[in-house]
Design a binder for this molecule. Structure first.
Ligand code: GTP
Ligand code: MG
Length: 557
């Protein structure tokens, strides 16, 4: 047989001539080991290919909408239902975020108390709106783009205080009666020199002062962003839906004044890192102490310990009638603000507190940049299961919604299967936090128009969540008139159902006006995504729509 007839592979692997039995054993053992390594590499390559294939087929969902529209809350609903294990493993880590949310509310009240004690006017001088580079053009003169099929908005320049009477706490009746006898005056809601507060409030302030240090510690633990200068909530013309209200509101050119006393929001670069940093549950840290109220064995970290010790004072502060009057006078409505937990102090300030699903869904942590999450949605019994392997792997992208962050959205427009767009409908009387010249609903219409008209998104399924319907209902019940802000609403009934229907038509008009040839279907849902039960029903319907469209585009159906 000539050299050319030799199988090169066989030639190279042929045992050496004159091999001794020992040499043979060693060689064979080495060959077995080498095969193991080779098999391992093959398996890894196979897995990588499978992941790549899955990713190619993965459903990609982008959550869009302005800041505080409910994107992260929607994502949490998805994860709670479809990434249950991961969700549960993460639950305890949210305690830090929720404690911070609680402390922020307390400190906001203390700030208001301090201003009242200092006799600061209820309407401090404002700050000019931020001069930002915008991803999506928004008119800056308070006008609405004529190209936009959305209604024009009013910025009424006067407002009445809310009509809701604060409830009175029996717990704090003693303090309250003292306050009311000594300092409540007839002009309590408006008089310049009226003093609603007394020595007991000074005392509460002192007793709750350690929470300021705890706030700093918790922020540090979470790695909260230092560049986070956003204040708490949007300015609202009538009621401070997210904490602060501009009583003398109108567009800036006519003398807008914005309140700047609200507290910084907490945001983190990477949620997973933040949560692992914030996971102190059951961990004994340097400052840990023995639980004096509980079993006595549990080591409790210092922050939890301080919060537990402040529990009764927090309750006293929140239930104090004079304090409620101060908040009312200063038009601060913490109840509707992001991350409101003051009604749950007993539970949350307890040393053994572990967050529930609902707590985590309600917790507020502002998103920075873009965060990616993976879920598996193939559920037994789904009408679409069995139509193909594709579609079970979902990648969800949650983005930061404030205007400075919107430039980061564009790269995610490519190859995106569906967009769930969150438009909070309760905010018809609020303005953007980052630019108080812009009405929040107007901003949502503009963003929606950009999404509908984007060339990159022409094949993308569009799903609109008209969110915060619960807050809309509450606001309308309090007497806020939609047509005061949205003149085109005219004399339609000032009821949530009618408002949602009207707004849906406006969003639908924008879809129609910007549809590609052949038209376009979008899907509309009225939601309150903090209500996890009803949201689950919505998610199931949305899941099927997205899957069906995805399979259709992949020619599966
Ligand atoms: N009452 C009520 N609160 C809601 C609803 N949706 C969201 N929230 C609350 O509003 C706050 C903001 O929601 P997020 O989901 O964090 O908003 P986001 O769109 O992710 O905001 P950014 O991360 O700043 O872009 C949170 O405290 C939520 O609990 C809703 O339908 N009803
Ligand atoms: Mg978010």
């Amino acid at each position: 047989m000539g050299a050319t007839d030799v199988d090169p592979f066989e030639y190279l692997t042929r045992p050496p001539p004159n091999e001794t039995p020992e040499e043979r054993t060693i060689r064979e053992r080495k060959e077995v080991e080498a095969k193991k390594v080779s098999d391992q590499i093959d398996e890894e390559i196979r897995k990588e290919r499978a992941v790549m294939k899955k990713q190619q087929n993965a459903v990609r969902v982008l959550l869009l909408g302005q800041s505080e529209s409910g994107k992260s809350t929607t994502l949490k609903n998805f994860r709670m239902r479809y990434a249950r294990e991961e969700w549960q493993a993460e639950l305890a880590s949210w305690r830090t975020v929720i404690q911070l949310n609680l402390i922020r509310s307390v400190l906001s009240i203390l700030d208001a108390v301090q201003s009242e004690l200092d006799n600061d006017p209820a309407e401090p001088p404002g700050t000019p709106g931020a001069d930002e580079t915008e991803f999506l053009h928004t008119p800056t003169d308070g006008s609405t783009s004529p190209a936009l099929a959305s209604p024009a908005f009013n910025h009424p320049s006067s407002s009445k205080p809310g009509q809701r009477r604060p409830s009175v706490s029996s717990i704090h009746r003693q303090l309250q009666s003292k306050a009311s006898s000594s300092s409540l005056r007839k002009d309590a809601l408006g008089g310049k020199e009226s003093s609603l507060l007394g020595g007991q409030h000074q005392l509460l302030k002192l007793r709750l002062a350690p929470l300021r240090r705890v706030e700093t510690d918790l922020r540090r633990q979470l790695g909260a962003s230092a560049d986070d200068e956003v204040v708490d909530g949007a300015a609202s013309d009538e009621y401070g839906a997210l904490g602060q209200v501009d009583a003398g509101s109108s567009v800036r050119s006519t003398g807008l004044r914005r309140r700047t006393t609200a507290r910084k929001e907490v945001s983190v670069r990477r949620l997973k890192d933040a949560l692992s940093g914030g996971d102190r549950a059951g961990k004994s840290k340097g400052h840990s102490r023995t639980n004096s109220e509980g079993s006595g064995d549990d080591a409790v970290d210092e922050a939890t310990d301080v919060i537990a010790k402040c529990k009764d004072d927090i309750k006293a502060l929140w239930m104090d009638e004079a304090v409620r009057l101060v908040l009312k006078k200063r038009k601060i409505r913490l109840e509707d603000s992001a991350g409101f937990f003051l009604d749950d102090v007993d539970r949350i300030a307890a040393r053994e507190y572990v967050p529930s699903d609902d707590d985590v869904v309600r917790a507020r942590l502002r998103t920075l940049g873009v965060q990616e999450y993976r879920i598996t949605v193939d559920q037994p019994g789904s009408v679409l299961s069995g139509l193909g392997a594709t579609g079970s792997e979902w990648l969800l992208y949650d983005v930061g919604g404030s205007r400075t962050m919107r430039h980061a959205w564009i790269p995610y427009f490519e190859n995106i299967t569906a967009i769930i767009f969150l438009a909070p409908v309760s905010c018809f009387d609020e303005r953007l936090l980052e630019d108080s010249r812009i009405n929040r609903l107007e901003d949502s219409f503009l963003l929606w128009r950009h999404v509908c008209s984007s060339k990159l998104l022409q094949k993308t399924s569009l799903i609109l969540f008209m969110n915060k319907c619960d807050l809309l209902k509450r606001k309308l019940k309090m007497g806020v008139k939609v047509n005061k802000y949205l003149p085109s609403y005219a004399d339609r009934p000032n009821e949530a159902g009618h408002v949602v229907k009207y707004l849906k038509e406006k969003f639908r008009d924008i879809v129609k006006a910007n549809a590609p040839e052949g038209g376009r279907v979008a899907y509309y849902y009225a939601t309150s995504v903090t209500d996890t039960k009803t949201t689950y029903t919505t998610l199931k319907a949305v899941k099927d729509i997205i899957l069906r469209d995805h399979l259709k585009n992949a020619d599966f159906v």
